[in-house]
Design a protein around this ligand. Sequence first.
Ligand code: FAD
Length: 353
Amino acid sequence: MSTVTADFLIVGGGIAGAMLGHRLTREGASVVILEMEDRPGYHSTGRSAAALIESYGPPGVRALTAASVDFYENPPDGFTETPLMRPRGMLLCATAADTDALDDAVAELPTLERIDEAQALRLHNGLRPGVFEGGFAYEASVRDIDVEAIHQGALRSFRRQGGAIHVNAEVTSAVRESGIWRLETKAGGFEAPVIIDAAGAWGDVLAQRCGVTPIGLQPKRRSVGVVQVQGGQAPVDPHWPMALSASETWFFKPDGTNLWCSPADATPVDPHDAWPDDMDIAMGIEGMCDATGYEIEKLVGSWAGLRTFTPDGELRIGFDTEVDGFFWLVGQGGYGFQTAPGATEKAASLLLV
Ligand SMILES: Cc1cc2nc3c(=O)[nH]c(=O)nc-3n(C[C@H](O)[C@H](O)[C@H](O)COP(=O)(O)OP(=O)(O)OC[C@H]3O[C@@H](n4cnc5c(N)ncnc54)[C@H](O)[C@@H]3O)c2cc1C
């Protein structure tokens, strides 16, 4: 097999790799994305809750999210045929035990507005009156994001701009000689002066294969169950805001007349093809039922995925400080979509000098 050469090799075809590939090829760079699965987006990118929450995460994450909104509101020509965001809103709900958590959130986050129960029930008439004695806060700017359209839009633009994507191409080893990385994959050899680690949960595994010291990435599993419900205060309204417990122990939001329910689990695991645990799904559904009084008619589906964090919870974007030509784009946690355009701009500013 002949060796493919490029300016940049991006390892990982999820949202991080796809958006950066799109951005670099827009500037005329030659870029190859290497993806170990038979399709890009199989792991975390295909398993998100599809929300953009400006108040979510540590300060650096919030700054990257704020820097991403304009791209999603005004994507470049040819990126998408459909809007990438829709209004959703988010209602933070506090039981008596969650009062401090709600107070802290409102004090820290200017985008959260404290509201009373009557206002909360007008926004979400599925909630049971009297349950949330600790009160409510509302974040109007929370949006649903069309994650499929964003990922596919990035990949389509990337290809149109001359980028190449190789699937079934797990990077198994890498060496750097005379300023060039030589990567071995199951789909042949690849060479470039710069390798970009966008390998999600496998970011540290890839680093080790490249002789780079790992940074301590920790994948954490999160699960979502999809249910049809009956009873309760009112039929499911597809326009309800996302409801989230103030202590982040559950959230749910409508998808048409189904509800996505999660226990907001964050179980530390090794990188793997994540699968939902029945108990986690049950706990997510229980949180929703306690909040609404619904009974479950049918479990329509479920999934789990990995949210991968750096030790300080912020994304790591930049060249490794010890090994030349190795660039980190990892630690997207639970924010990989909502930060992608901002993270991409930061990465591009460091790579395109
Ligand atoms: C349940 C859940 C809900 C979430 N909700 C939201 C949300 O509402 N909003 C939001 O912004 N984010 C959310 N996230 C987080 C978001 O999905 C992730 O941050 C994002 O998808 C990470 O993208 P990525 O490209 O870094 O990783 P991935 O999508 O995992 O892509 C990494 C890719 O690298 C490939 N790879 C790994 N090792 C190699 C190798 N050696 N060679 C070749 N390829 C390799 C993998 O196959 C994979 O496809 C959620 C995540 C989960 C699980």
